[in-house]
Design a protein around this ligand. Structure first.
Ligand SMILES: [Zn+2]
Length: 200
């Protein structure tokens, strides 16, 4: 029999599904939540549900957004001729923090990874190709997938699809340590990696 009541055991098992949360952390969080005033617990659960229901994918860049198109895609001051392809929405946030980049994004929501059963159809490559067809103003596609074997394979695949359309394809410079994630790069390293991008 579980040491916890069914409702507490359920809360722990749901929390343990979150990334970076092991069973011990899930227990700690669950007991913290149980000790919180009821109105704070309600505010927390409402905010999770609100964020989930009001967030959709931008029909242009596939990033999470409340409005479609998202604020970046609908900003006339941004450079609409350049699209930076990233793996995850978190990486858009990282790039935006840097402030140097003024182009648009395309979020793949993953990378091609046969070992993890992620096929090319499951990531937003088809949407990127359709987008390039609909937006002939695109002059450059910057491939900023992570410098992991999966990120490299995905970049190579996209490059082969995009190049025949006469669009310049570049890859961020390997100023980032091999195997590293864009998300954890500091602003200076990331800024240099973008500035020193090379034709791919
Ligand atoms: Zn967008």
């Amino acid at each position: 029999m579980s040491r916890f009541s069914p409702s507490v055991a359920k809360l722990i098992s749901e929390l343990a599904k979150l990334p970076g949360i092991g069973h011990t952390s899930a227990q700690r969080l669950a007991f913290h939540i149980l000790s919180m005033p009821e109105n704070e617990v309600k505010a927390l659960s409402d905010s999770i549900m609100d964020a989930r229901t009001s967030t959709k994918l931008c029909s242009i860049c596939q990033n999470f957004t409340d409005t479609d198109p998202c604020p970046i895609c609908s900003d006339p001051k941004r450079d609409h001729s350049t699209i930076c392809v990233v793996e995850n929405p978190r990486e858009v946030a990282t790039m935006e923090r840097m402030r140097d980049y003024t182009g648009l994004y395309h979020v793949l929501h993953g990378v091609y990874s046969p070992l993890n059963n992620v096929s090319l159809e499951e990531i937003k490559i088809r949407e990127l190709i359709a987008r390039l067809r609909e937006h002939p103003e695109t002059k450059e596609v910057i491939l900023a997938t992570n410098q992991t074997p999966e990120g490299e394979a995905t970049a190579l695949y996209i490059s082969r699809l995009v190049k025949p359309a006469g669009i310049k394809v570049t890859r961020i410079a390997s100023g980032l340590p091999m195997g590293s994630n864009l998300e954890y790069a500091d602003d200076v390293t990331l800024s240099k990696a973008i500035a020193a991008r090379h034709e791919f």
